[in-house]
Design a protein. Structure first.
Length: 95
């Protein structure tokens, strides 16, 4: 699925993006796809940030049994790709 980053990065000089990744047990069979999707979005944001000469700040959260902040308001050009070892789908999602 193509990512429409021009819709995310607007004409301001700084854009803030928050990504949330589901780590509940129902995602256990989709771990590789989830990590790949996050990395595709990050790569796309990096490219557009550089093309448009704009600062894009990223925060990344995971949620499942609890919420964890993995990245806190970091320039997208400095965000490392999410690794499979960073992602563990287990537990439930409290409602």
């Amino acid at each position: 699925m193509p990512i429409d980053t021009p819709a995310i990065i607007n004409k301001t000089t700084e854009t803030h993006v928050a990504l949330c990744i589901d780590c509940s047990g129902s995602m256990s069979g989709l771990a590789t796809q989830a990590v790949d999707a996050v990395n595709t979005i990050l790569d796309s944001l990096k490219t557009k940030s550089q093309e448009l000469n704009q600062k894009v700040l990223v925060s990344l959260f995971s949620f499942g049994q609890d919420v964890r902040q993995l990245v806190d308001n970091v320039d997208v050009t400095r965000v490392s790709p999410l690794r499979q070892t960073d992602y563990r789908a287990d537990g439930g999602t409290p409602l």
